[in-house]
Write a protein that binds this ligand. Structure first.
Ligand SMILES: [Ca+2]
Length: 275
């Protein structure tokens, strides 16, 4: 009997060790932690003022780029600073592009501003430019909609919060109050969230928001990250833990376009057409 007990204990310990070993190897593979990093000698230009990294960048047709910086207290990942985040604008066509901090006007609480994914929408009726910013005050998820006033001001128009928008990573705007958003995790606590990664549970999704309708646009995703729309209105989302990109009617690999962060997708590959 004692021998059987020892065998059961040994088998249990071995099973637990195998589970955690499998989990470690899987996370190591998914994060590409062991990959070879090719050295590319590019002509880089240092941008002053961006001290805590740019989380996302979106560019207008005329070369004007918006940047979100200072994401912190997010997903239990280390932060460079706990200071409020900032938004910058950058003229990419200038001989020496220099980021200029955007002045935010309106009711928004700037002391808890924590910007993440961003997207821009130009209303062709009057050329108004709307900037959409994922914001995580107190670890919540909400979307701020601003109107850009030339040349360094954002006027806060609206805060969008909804139960379906519970862990928003990135958004792509398709109207003045309309957007698609990715949820990058199912659980907010780190331990069960790591378990969903190890077990490959596809519990994340893409959500469509408009004042009239909020719905899941795509599901069955392990961790939805960057999202973008092509000029011919095809929608793409990048999936961090699957190392690929997905569309609503199926998945396909886009390895050449994605990295570990999967922040932005620039491609002409056919994708999902929003309904
Ligand atoms: Ca974005």
């Amino acid at each position: 009997m004692a021998a059987l007990k020892k065998v059961l204990i040994a088998a249990t310990v071995a099973a637990i060790a195998a589970f955690f070993g499998h989990g470690f190897l899987k996370i190591n593979r998914l994060s590409l932690a062991s990959r070879e990093m090719p050295v590319k000698h590019l002509k880089c230009h240092y941008l002053p003022n961006i001290e805590y990294g740019a989380e996302d960048i979106t560019v207008l047709k005329d070369g004007l780029a918006f940047l979100s910086t200072g994401l912190h207290d997010y997903l239990d990942m280390p932060s460079f600073s706990n200071e409020p985040g900032k938004m910058y604008v950058l003229d990419l066509l200038h001989p020496k592009p220099t980021p200029v901090e955007l002045q935010i006007k309106g009711e928004l609480d700037l002391s808890s501003f924590n910007p993440h994914g961003i997207s821009v929408y130009t209303d062709e009726a009057d050329d108004s430019i709307y900037l959409f910013v994922v914001n995580h005050p107190q670890r919540k998820s909400q979307v701020e909609i601003f109107r850009f006033v030339w040349d360094d001001t954002l006027v806060h128009l609206k805060t969008v919060a909804h139960p379906l928008l519970h862990s928003v990573n990135d958004i792509v705007a398709v109207g003045p109050e309309h957007f698609y958003a990715t949820n990058d995790r199912y659980f907010h606590n780190a331990a069960p969230q790591v378990l969903t990664v190890v077990l490959s549970l596809p519990w994340c999704n893409v959500v469509y928001y408009s004042p009239e309708e909020v719905r899941e646009a795509a599901g069955g995703i392990q961790s939805a990250n960057g999202i973008n729309i092509s000029p011919d209105k095809r929608l793409f989302s990048a999936h961090l833990t699957m190392n690929n990109a997905c569309v609503h009617n199926g998945c396909f690999n886009l390895e050449v376009h994605l990295n570990i962060q999967g922040l932005d997708i620039e491609t002409e590959t056919p994708g999902f057409r929003p309904q």
